[in-house]
Design a protein around this ligand. Structure first.
Ligand SMILES: Nc1ncnc2c1ncn2[C@@H]1O[C@H](COP(=O)(O)OP(=O)(O)OP(=O)(O)O)[C@@H](O)[C@H]1O
Length: 607
């Protein structure tokens, strides 16, 4: 059978790529604290070196006491030499412990800084990833990737600095020391160690690694499935679907179990292969030492030295096997965290992006082409529309006609595929996203609140607002009265995503937030869920107050919301097919607006 070496090498390269990425990431972090890394490396090396020299004195000690039938004078000299050797051994041992302690001190410091940096940077990137990324990624999986990667960094640092590096020093040092005395012995140790390391590395990278990658993928999915079901617990409860969710989760766990069992078995096999290799090396080294003694090239002291050195080598090699497995484990655990660091943002800020200044709030869509990935046709193809400064416009249309996407494009949550969107004459593709969005206030269809106090939630758009300003915004949003009635008032925590408030209350908190943000452009996505008439009236009144004097875009699901607006744009499959005020639009007998109006009126009458 002919082996195609180039394809074997290519395959190994492919399998080793994650190692390269993760090690590159780790070295990048090491470079941020070069002095600490050098000090740690120096201390660990010195500690190892001290340990490495100990067997020489073990040999000297044996040689000093070995000759039988010494006279008492000779015995005293022998004892003195043996004690000197013992003192050297103890001294070296003490030095080794001291440097090890100093090295560990540094490792703690540098590892904690690396872990914090990695977590902060991953969080910063995750926050800036485009809406599409968040739409396609489970929040629970992201949490798992970041926290797992963070802890793997700790393991990786320990493995490389505190374990692998000293092992390499010991192996190399012992080889040199033995080789100086008996070159062939040095060669045997060197070949054996290199062979063993190759076996361990190939086993980890080529055999265990790919399987571990898969089990980690399923581990991430377990996190995602768990978070998905827990965060939708109210739906699960509403449908009494706990059993169904149990079964669904059990399926994911079963898959994870199968994948992980395979990884653990492979890791076990890898360990066994390493132990067998060590056994062979032991036989070779001790066998050769015996030959040297037989041949008169070695004294019993030499034999003791070789045996002690071998025990050290054996210990280190066995540990190196473990460390390589730890390293591979850490690399697999970190892969997804490292991937977050290199994944493109989806929507990136332009290199020379200049902050946008919105004063009037004039919005212009010029020949906009926009295509959702995975859809056959573009949603907008040559969309042209201008919203004048201070104009209030209603967006109406059937579900899926493109109203929400229209406002998402204004916020640059997606980039257009053609044409331009200008605000006050500035192309929004050329400005920093955060500067753009901070000048557009939005009240979402389903407002999401942080599990923080109501005051903090209202002040989110203006964190330095005073309590008086927060209360004023809440008054304008008709929220002050209900907030005052809560036991802790503005200090009340609202539960995850604001679950402790009613839909209408959440809406009014979101309106208060928009009042305080006081942005020149306002986007209101009306809630689809029906509210009681009192709540609706309060929201309606607050909304009218809010849009006064600003450029406002109101996505309306109930036509009563936009009745009073002078301009209503009617969307149909990504096109604006009708435009005008309520009166003009209801006059078109075949118009979509008219149909929607008739349907809603009919619904009201029937109700
Ligand atoms: N993130 C997305 N990825 C792919 N397609 C999307 C995405 N968001 C919306 N769409 C699709 O684009 C089209 C327009 O959606 P859009 O949300 O803009 O409609 P809408 O008029 O606001 O609907 P509704 O009134 O139901 O909120 C729909 O066909 C929708 O399925």
């Amino acid at each position: 059978m002919k082996i195609d070496f180039s394809s074997v090498v290519a395959e190994l390269r492919r399998r080793a790529a994650p190692f390269q990425n993760v090690l590159g990431f780790t070295f990048g972090h090491w470079r941020r604290q070069p002095w600490v890394v050098s000090a740690v490396a120096g201390c660990v090396m010195l500690s190892t070196l001290a340990e490495l020299l100990a067997p020489i004195y073990a040999g000297k000690l044996v040689d000093a006491v070995a000759p039988a039938g010494m006279a008492s004078f000779d015995r005293e000299i022998a004892l003195e030499s043996a004690l000197k050797a013992l003192a050297a051994m103890v001294g070296l041992g003490a030095l080794s412990v001291l440097f090890r302690q100093l090295g560990f001190h540094g490792v703690v410091r540098m590892t904690l800084r690396m872990m914090s940096d990695a977590a902060r940077e991953a969080f910063a990137r995750v926050q800036r990833f485009a809406t599409d990324w968040h739409a396609n990624t489970f929040a629970g999986s992201t949490v798992r990737k970041v926290t797992r990667g963070m802890w793997a960094l700790d393991l990786l640092n320990d493995t490389v600095l505190v374990a692998l590096m000293p092992s390499a020093v010991v192996l190399l040092g012992t080889t040199v020391l033995l080789g100086q005395r008996w070159p062939l012995m040095g060669a045997i140790v060197l070949l054996g160690a290199v062979g063993f390391l190759l076996l361990a590395a190939l086993g980890s990278v080529g055999y265990v690694g790919p399987s571990a990658r898969l089990s980690n993928l399923w581990d991430t999915r377990v996190g995602g499935a768990l978070a998905d079901a827990v965060s939708c617990n109210s739906v699960v409860k509403a449908f009494g679907a706990e059993g169904r969710e149990d079964a669904r989760f059990a399926m994911v766990v079963a898959k994870w179990r199968r994948r992980t069992a395979r990884t653990w078995m492979r890791s076990n096999n890898n360990g066994t292969a390493q132990l067998v290799a060590l056994l062979a090396l032991r036989a070779a080294i001790i066998g050769f030492a015996l030959y040297l003694w037989w041949d008169g090239q070695a004294t019993p002291g030499d034999l003791a030295y070789v045996l002690t050195a071998y025990l050290v080598i054996h210990g280190y090699l066995r540990d190196v096997g473990w460390y390589i497995r730890d390293l591979q484990h850490a690399v697999n655990e970190m892969e997804e965290l490292v991937a977050i660091g290199v994944e493109p943002y989806g929507i990136a800020d332009h290199g020379q992006a200049r902050p946008i200044v919105i004063t009037d709030g004039r919005i212009e869509f010029q020949d906009v082409l926009f295509h959702y990935a995975g859809h056959d046709k573009p949603l907008y193809d040559g969309l042209n529309v201008t919203i004048e400064a201070g104009e209030q416009v209603g967006l109406v249309g059937l579900s899926g006609s493109g109203k929400t996407t229209f406002v998402k494009l204004i916020q640059r949550l997606h980039d257009v595929n053609g044409g331009r969107i200008l605000i006050d004459g500035q192309d929004i593709a050329q400005v920093p996203q955060s500067a753009l969005r901070s000048q557009i206030a939005i009240v979402q269809q389903e407002p999401i609140l942080f599990h923080r106090s109501l005051a903090e939630n209202i002040a989110y758009g203006r964190p330095n607002a005073t309590m008086a300003e927060i209360e004023e915004a809440a008054r304008l949003a008709n929220a002050h009265v209900f907030i005052e009635r809560l036991p802790k008032g503005y200090g009340t925590l609202v539960g995850e995503r604001g679950v402790k408030l009613s839909g209408g209350e959440r809406q009014r908190v979101a309106l208060a937030r928009a009042f305080l943000a006081d942005a020149p452009i306002l986007i209101l996505d009306e809630a689809t869920s029906s509210l009681d008439s009192e709540s609706e009236a309060l929201i309606h009144e607050a909304t009218e107050r809010l849009i006064e004097g600003r450029t406002a875009i109101v996505i309306a699901h109930r036509l009563s919301t936009v009745r009073a607006l002078k301009r209503i744009l009617v969307f149909d499959r990504g096109r604006i097919i009708e435009e005008g005020d309520h009166r003009a639009l209801t006059k078109r007998p075949d118009g979509i607006y008219r149909k929607l109006f008739d349907r809603q009126v009919l619904g009201l009458v029937e109700a």
